[in-house]
Write a protein of this length. Structure first.
Length: 147
């Protein structure tokens, strides 16, 4: 088994990356820069028509690809703003959830406990293209908290 970093849980990450297409890269970058601060996430250039959103160069996986290019995997008829998706980012505290929600975007669910999962506290924002972006804190899963 490969050596694990201290921050990595005892199981592999659920995903490597995902991506969304946006209509205005500058507006999207402003939004993701703002919500990234309370979550410990940053944006990084990925060519002229895209950026990535994640932890850092030292922790490149997982990440969210954000760009204006039409992905090769899109089904016929797909358009920006029609194929909205939901992405939930790990928050390390309830305070981080509140800071995420205050960072901007369109409110889609105020910070608070969520039904259906024990110890689950989250908040939702819509990004400039209507994607449902969440910050989720789970106080019953201590391995998600970073010191």
């Amino acid at each position: 088994m490969a050596e694990r970093w201290p921050w990595m849980p005892r199981f592999p990450a659920m995903f490597d990356h995902t991506g969304i297409v946006v209509s205005d890269l500058a507006r999207a970058r402003t939004f993701y820069d703002a919500i990234g601060k309370p979550l410990g996430l940053v944006t990084a250039d990925n060519g002229e028509q895209a950026f990535v959103f994640g932890k850092s160069k030292a922790e490149p996986i997982p990440y969210l690809w954000v760009g204006t290019l039409r992905p090769s995997y899109w089904a016929e008829g797909s358009r920006t703003g029609v194929n909205q998706m939901h992405v939930a980012f790990v928050a390390t505290s309830k305070d981080a959830v509140h800071a995420f929600h205050a960072a901007g975007g369109t409110d889609h669910g105020a910070p608070g406990p969520r039904e259906g999962a024990e110890g689950y506290y989250g908040a939702f924002l819509l990004d400039p293209d209507g994607n449902n972006i969440e910050a989720a804190f789970r106080d019953n899963l201590p391995y998600l908290r970073r010191s």
